[in-house]
Design a protein. Structure first.
Length: 301
């Protein structure tokens, strides 16, 4: 298996094949499917420097979050924290505590919850803007570095989390291999990524948000291609599910516009009648979450 990305025109990160076919004719000309293994990826890989230049302050307060970044990540902190608590409760059913590494930790809101709950936490974040906030404002141990090229300490973490990051990496397989080695015995990796085989993706086709974010998404996974990559990295899937998150009513209405503008317009007309802080948990069933453990632990057991 490969794991060495190339800048510019790329080959498949999983099997190394170069032969691929366009997934869409004209809408997203760079999105390709590997003819050998089926992995979907962006044919034009940015350099490490180009990748770092994406995640500036503007990324976290984007004027068009349907194509790039977040509407206002900081302003959405309360909902991110609610989501973090739900996800951490699920993790603690398998691991009640210990050392936790969050890869691609952004402003550190998930880490902050874990720290409050007694975990020993560390984060890695490519964005200097976000990493400085996590370190200076929240007092967290956050390393400002590209998650792909950082050298993780072997056998160091009980839990490693990676929320909505895998699809942004130039070398997902190589990064997963590093993270597998960084787990302690019986440690677990928990990650989430958009599901190209989900019902919303299949119904919406090129209008699905996962495709619309092709300016920043470099790889696109189904459960099948994700499991194969995890196995190649030395990880075995323990469980899988689709997960959602807490969102504001306004964001919910904006996202619904992708599926039906009439319904979205009606919802937007209700904004003035509802509390501005209203939020709720939404699971559109198009984000995969997998729990993996090192295959070396299976050999021991």
């Amino acid at each position: 298996m490969t794991g060495n990305p190339e800048s510019g025109t790329s080959r498949c990160n999983y099997c190394g094949a170069r032969k691929r076919s366009a997934l869409f004719d004209n809408v997203y000309p760079n999105i390709m499917r590997c003819d050998s293994c089926g992995l979907i990826y962006n044919a034009e890989m940015p350099s490490e420097e180009e990748l770092a230049s994406i995640y500036t302050e503007k990324y976290y307060k984007s004027k068009d979050s349907l194509k790039y970044g977040y509407t206002d990540y900081m302003d959405d902190r309360a909902n991110i924290v609610k989501t973090a608590r739900k996800r951490l409760r699920d993790i603690e059913r398998l691991k009640p505590g210990g050392s936790l590494l969050d890869v691609g930790c952004a402003f550190g809101f998930f880490l902050d919850v874990a720290h409050e709950w007694g975990w020993r936490v560390t984060g890695v974040e490519i964005s200097e803007f976000a990493a400085q906030y996590a370190a200076n404002e929240l007092g967290l141990d956050v390393i400002n570095h590209n998650a792909e090229s950082w050298e993780y300490r072997a056998g160091s973490y009980d839990v490693i989390t990676m929320w909505d990051l895998l699809e942004h990496l130039r070398d997902p397989l190589g990064t997963l291999q590093k993270l597998a080695s960084a787990l302690k015995e019986n440690g677990i990796l928990v990650l989430s990524t958009p599901d190209v085989d989900s019902l919303p993706a299949r119904l919406m086709k090129e209008k699905w948000l996962g495709w619309q974010l092709q300016n920043e998404h470099l790889y696109y996974f189904s459960y099948a291609t994700l499991e194969r990559m995890l196995e190649a990295a030395g990880l075995a899937v323990m469980k899988r599910m689709h997960i959602g998150k807490h969102v504001t009513f306004e964001l919910f209405a904006d996202r619904l516009a992708l599926y039906g503008r009439t319904t979205a317009t009606l919802l937007r007309s209700l904004r003035g009648l509802l509390p501005s802080a209203l939020s709720f948990y939404v699971n559109p069933m198009d984000i995969i979450c997998v729990y993996g453990r090192s295959r070396r632990d299976e050999d021991v057991s």
